[in-house]
Write a new protein. Structure first.
Length: 454
């Protein structure tokens, strides 16, 4: 039974890539990207089957090269006994289950292009034991790609999926925003109840706390776990609407949501050991999408579209202030030099995608001292002819820093020789997903010093 923890990113539709093939004269390589596997819904209660589509892409390594137009060969003969193929306009069928598709050129600066949008539909007499592979090969100019494949199986059950809501940037703190998505059942069996997990990051807030949802506040936001009682039959689509407030502290925000067919086991796994509080507002309901066809089980046939993330960035700023420290000691002493980054707000700052540090602090040891102890999240760049003449140290902050919060780096210095007023500059540097210059309006207070015996 596919009980999965809601909110975990689903690793479906992985790009197929195999061992290296021939290399172009300019050190380039062609690749085919396709889902590693796809499940086709078997016949529904009326004997009909629904089509599943997926995209095949062709890419290359060296974007400085021009790659001419080429060809993608698709061989679906292994699944012809239980599935029907629908070819796009750029594919010329050579047989019922084989086609050659025109691939666009990739001018310099282009790393990949769509090659084919393939439709597959299980035949009415398909058996649940049926399986096989669709295989691909590609060539363009002097380049050829290693072969790739998509494993095709036939399944019986519901298949919930979420549409991708558009990312929103430039939102104004203090306003409201609505995230709209569509929940669809692309399988061949009905879903009696749906388990919905949603998470709004710290700078966002739920405008409604529904009575059929439980809520849990945590350091980086608020999660909700909801049970939706509307039956979703094969072919049906429903609107899912979430109203959010964009808080005064909002900056780099994200909204996550996922759906699964409800089961007691899936609900308990998603709930975990946290403390949840039931909402008291009107119940959250799925709203039927007008004009959709209404054509049970617990397992979901394809989990690759059950989870979505929406980026909601606000027009805001956060002033980081860096302070150093003054230490004293005699030759041979070990002292603690302290560097602190304080977020003066008004926004919190978080790297909720890549998980990069909010700030990276750079420093060197003051003259006459040696660094003998570093915190865990620090690293050293040794001296070099082209780089710094002395060892340079970098320390990472956590991936989020609330407004009015701070983090401190304690470094152990050994005083090898007493040099009055020995001084080393400490400063924040651009690093990772969050360039400080994009959100910090005052970079002058991002520089300080460690002073020894001064």
């Amino acid at each position: 039974m596919k009980h999965r923890l809601l909110g975990a990113a689903v690793a479906g539709c992985a790009l197929a890539a195999v061992s290296a093939g021939p290399v172009h004269a300019q050190s380039d390589q062609l690749w085919i990207g396709a889902p590693s596997e796809t499940v086709l819904p078997g016949p529904d209660a009326d004997g009909g089957t629904s089509e599943r589509t997926f995209e095949v892409r062709v890419s290359h390594d060296n974007v400085e090269n021009d790659v001419p137009s080429g060809r993608l060969t698709v061989d679906a003969s292994e699944i012809a006994s239980f599935a029907q193929v629908s070819w796009p306009a750029n594919c010329a069928p050579e047989a019922a289950a084989r086609a050659v598709c025109d691939v666009p050129a990739m001018p310099a600066g282009t790393d990949g292009v769509p090659a084919a949008l393939i439709g597959l539909r299980a035949l009415p007499d398909a058996d649940l034991d049926d399986s096989g592979s669709v295989r691909y090969s590609a060539a363009a100019g002097d380049l050829s790609a290693p072969e790739a494949e998509t494993r095709i199986t036939v399944g019986d059950g519901p298949d919930l999926g979420l549409s991708q809501a558009p990312w929103q940037r430039g939102l104004t703190p203090g306003t409201n925003h609505t995230v709209r998505a569509t929940v669809a059942n692309n399988g061949n069996r009905a879903v009696e109840r749906t388990l919905l997990w949603v998470n709004a990051s710290y700078g966002l807030r739920f405008k409604d706390r529904h009575a059929n949802c439980e809520y849990r506040d945590h350091a980086t936001g608020t999660s909700a776990l909801c049970v939706l009682d509307e039956k979703v039959a094969p072919g049906q689509r429903y609107d899912l609407v979430t109203r959010l407030g964009v808080g005064r502290k909002a900056l780099y925000e994200r909204f996550d949501h996922s759906v699964l067919p409800y089961s007691d086991a899936a609900f308990e796994e998603a709930r975990g050991d946290g403390e949840w509080t039931r909402g008291t507002g009107p119940e959250l309901d799925l709203r039927p999408v007008a004009g959709q066809r209404a054509a049970a089980g617990e397992d979901d046939l394809d989990l690759s579209d059950n989870y979505r993330t929406v980026i909601l960035d606000a027009k805001n700023s956060a002033d980081l202030k860096l302070t150093g420290s003054r230490v004293r000691g005699a030759a041979g002493d070990t002292v603690t030099a302290r560097m602190t980054v304080f977020n003066r707000g008004p926004a919190w700052v978080a790297s909720l995608g890549a998980g990069s540090p909010v700030a990276t602090v750079r420093f060197q040891a003051p003259v006459g001292t040696s660094v003998v102890g570093l915190p865990e999240d620090c690293w050293t760049l040794p001296p070099s002819e082209e780089g710094p003449s002395a060892e340079t140290y970098f320390c990472w902050s956590p991936i989020y820093l609330h407004d009015k919060a701070s983090f401190t780096v304690d470094v152990q210095l050994r005083i090898d020789e007493v040099v009055r007023g020995a001084r080393a500059v400490v400063e924040t540097v651009e690093d990772g997903e969050l360039p400080i210059g994009k959100f910090d309006p005052n970079l002058r207070n991002n520089v300080s010093a460690i002073v020894v015996n001064g």
